[in-house]
Design a protein around this ligand. Structure first.
Ligand code: T1G
Length: 699
């Protein structure tokens, strides 16, 4: 991020030009706000200057308030953005905002304070504060409706979606589209304003034009309220915009400010601002410089055309990267290709893609039955059966066939990547790319770093992830990496609640009420209880003493695999997915408790949630201690994007911060003391204890 935020000042003829220069997107941090006011005062004091243009760079007029400033003490805020905008609007000389790239949030609000606005046609104008759990807090909810009317303003503010400047040509929001050089065009525009002695257009003096405003606002309250149950911001946006109708401008500003400051304190906004930062932090690898040279990936070889391989293939061809798709048998290859085609035909039917796009994407796949097809690919990703023996065969063959400098990746979800790399003569070129099913939909990609993985291979993988629209998180090598390792603990915690006396439906309902997309037992029935059972059976055979019996194994042994067999933890009517509690399962659980000498007790919903989420947190702390994850926010990103953790809670580690780490520790100790609990499992991780003792948090 920026090192020297500042503004540049120059005078062209009788027009002063203030250029915002706070790379990468002119975040309106303190220094920049001071620079703008200084530039304005300089122009006002100079008798030779008759107008002022404010502009940014080709990439950004401004990306808005500096999101990293939010957590700083209030003192760092003056001049606050509202005051900067007020100074501009109150200028006695015309001020023209010249916009290229993005003008978002406070950036657009800054431009609305100018008397005139000119822009490149493809500039993007937006008020995305709602995506941070906020609302435009520097006059946007009062000025935008005055320029474009209630409906357009409300749509922009509640959706947070940017709009191309061209759409506002000819409206009071935009005085001119500049085709040539933006600043030259803006200076000429300013000179004409002066020459014509055009009155200064102060947006605050305009009135909102909206027939039946109150009826429209009531409609907006109802529709927005219906869709924003976990987030308070959208409805507050409606209230703030409502204050632009009828009352005075200054009263409207005060209402906006009060609502903004109220939202700033909400846990939901804290969560969304955390996610914004976390998503960007995840792409950084502490010991891999950002300018590390990357390898060019012009084509990708994928081994396996099943669900995973096909989904991975689509991720690449959707990004326009050619794929060589390898299967062992023609029938499997044909089946995989047919599934991909079917997926695109369904998108075509829904109008999501055109026929041309469908044809273009399918043309990017080269099916093959021979590894020879991989001779020229720059990256190979295997999505074959999860057995180390199979991986050995695959990687030895890839090592033989692929050209020097090519990257060899495994999609393994749990096997040891270092062991896999050791099958080759080029461990520095081996990396884990763990996709989540369905791979063409799920954003999360765990980039598993082996002990010998080259830094350029890591840098290449992180850049490639961005290109295929994945959010990549680096994981070290351990059983289950970050996500599955934590989900194993989460599952064990839920099972303890089940053994203690809760029912599958009570546990699922409690977790879904907390905000998880799907309760753990419904998720097990969806994924298939046989899959988890196979893994536990393998581990039991390898290490019988470590095996802990669970009800799910009883169900799997009884052939109850979940939805695929019409019964698992729940029963399902033919062809339906609605989970129906099954007395047979209740009986199996009762028998299971009896065998293990457990007397069932009442388990509260609160205890269920605390056990499940704090188990994740405790394992997350261990993952941090071991260096498997680089930072706590990476763990949040994994859970938010791979396991349906609710965004309004910001992730398990942020949730722990909001609860308070000492409270997490007290709960863990309570569970450890419960009869039947796994005391070792509930022992608070040393890092968690250390942070709590120091009064610190994970994020
Ligand atoms: N403040 C500070 N840094 C920002 C920033 C911002 N507003 N926006 C982006 N960055 C950094 C980002 O952290 C990353 O840093 C780099 O820029 C590239 O970002 C009062 C209170 C502008 C469309 O919500 O939507 O104004 O990782 O990877 O894909 O009403 O960033 O390189 O160190 O996303 O080209 C409202 C948020 C703030 C806009 C560029 N504004 N940003 O996308 O690059 S609240 C927003 C974006 C506000 C007022 C309120 C996007 C982008 P690093 P990037 P990109």
């Amino acid at each position: 991020m920026s090192n020297q935020p500042s503004t540049q000042y120059e005078v062209r003829g009788a027009v002063a030009v203030v250029t915002l220069t706070n790379p990468p997107v002119n975040g309106l941090g303190h220094a920049l706000r001071v620079g703008i006011v200084e530039g304005l005062d300089r122009a006002l004091a100079d008798p030779k200057v008759s107008a002022l243009v404010i502009t940014g760079t080709d990439r950004a007029f401004s990306g808005g308030a500096d999101v990293r400033e939010f957590g700083t003490p209030k003192s760092g805020w003056e001049p606050n953005l509202g005051n900067v905008i007020k100074a501009i609007e109150g200028s006695s000389k015309p001020v023209v905002a010249a916009i290229a790239g993005v003008a978002l949030g406070g950036g657009l609000e800054l431009a609305l304070g100018a008397h005139f606005r000119v822009a490149k046609a493809d500039a993007q104008l937006g008020l995305p504060e709602v995506k941070l759990g906020l609302l435009p807090g520097a006059g946007g909810t009062q000025r935008l409706p005055r320029l474009v009317g209630l409906e357009t303003a409300l749509n922009m503010i509640v959706s947070g979606a940017p709009v191309p400047a061209a759409k506002f040509a000819g409206t009071p929001l935009l005085d001119a589209i500049i085709d040539g050089d933006l600043v030259d065009g803006a200076v000429k525009f300013a000179e004409k304003v002066v020459a014509d002695k055009a009155p200064l257009k102060r947006v605050r003096d305009l009135k909102v034009k909206q027939p039946n405003a109150e009826a429209f606002l009531q409609f907006a309250r109802n529709t927005v309220g219906a869709v924003s149950k976990n987030f308070p911001a959208p409805l507050k946006c409606v209230e703030a915009v409502a204050a632009s109708v009828g009352g005075s401008f200054d009263q409207g500003l005060k209402t906006e400010r009060d609502l903004f400051l109220g939202l700033m304190q909400t846990p939901e906004s804290r969560a969304l601002r955390h996610i914004f930062q976390a998503e960007r932090a995840a792409s950084k690898i502490s010991d891999v410089p950002e300018d590390t040279p990357v390898r060019e990936i012009k084509s990708v070889g994928i081994i396996g055309a099943g669900t995973m391989g096909g989904g991975i293939a689509m991720s690449f061809i959707n990004a326009g990267i050619p794929v060589v798709l390898l299967e062992a048998k023609q029938e499997a290859l044909d089946k995989g290709l047919a599934t991909i085609r079917k997926n695109y035909e369904s998108s075509l039917k829904k109008g999501k893609i055109t026929q041309a796009k469908l044809d273009e994407r399918l043309a990017l796949i080269t099916p093959t039955l021979s590894y020879d097809g991989f001779k020229n690919v720059d990256l190979a990703i295997e999505a074959v059966f999860e057995s180390i023996e199979v991986k050995e065969t695959v990687f030895k063959t890839l090592d033989e066939v692929m050209k020097p400098g090519a990257i060899l990746a495994s999609n393994t979800s749990a096997l040891n990547l270092d062991q896999i790399a050791a099958f080759t003569k080029r461990p520095q070129d081996v990396i884990g790319l763990h996709f989540f099913s369905p791979a063409n939909v799920m954003r999360l990609l765990e980039v598993v770093r082996g002990a010998k993985t080259g830094k350029d291979v890591l840098a290449t993988s992180m850049q490639l992830a961005k290109k295929i629209k994945k959010i990549a998180v680096v994981s070290g090598v351990c059983d289950g990496f970050i996500g599955n390792r934590i989900v194993a603990r989460y599952g064990a915690a839920a099972n303890e609640a089940l053994n203690a006396g809760a029912s599958p439906q009570q546990i699922d309902k409690a977790l879904e009420k907390f905000g998880l997309a799907m309760g753990i037992y419904r998720m097990g029935d969806l994924a298939g209880l046989d899959i988890g059972y196979a893994g536990r059976k393998r581990r039991k055979e390898a290490n019988p003493d470590a095996y802990i019996p669970i009800v799910a194994d009883r169900l799997a042994e009884a052939g109850r695999f979940g939805q695929k067999t019409g019964a698992g933890f729940y029963k399902y009517e033919a062809g339906k997915r609605d989970p129906i509690p099954d007395p047979a399962v209740d009986q199996m659980i009762t028998d299971f408790r009896k065998e293990r000498g457990i007397t069932p007790r009442k388990v509260s919903d609160e205890e269920i949630v605390e056990r499940a989420i704090f188990a994740m947190v405790n394992e997350g702390a261990r993952i941090l201690e071991e260096g498997i994850a680089q930072r706590a926010s990476d763990i949040d990103i994994v859970y938010l994007n791979g396991y349906g953790f609710p965004a309004h809670r910001g992730g398990p580690m942020l949730y722990a911060d909001q609860v308070g780490l000492p409270n997490v520790i007290r709960a863990l100790k309570r569970f450890a003391a419960e009869p039947g609990s796994d005391a070792k499992f509930w022992t608070p991780a040393p890092l968690l204890v250390k942070l709590a003792e120091e009064g610190k948090s994970f994020n």
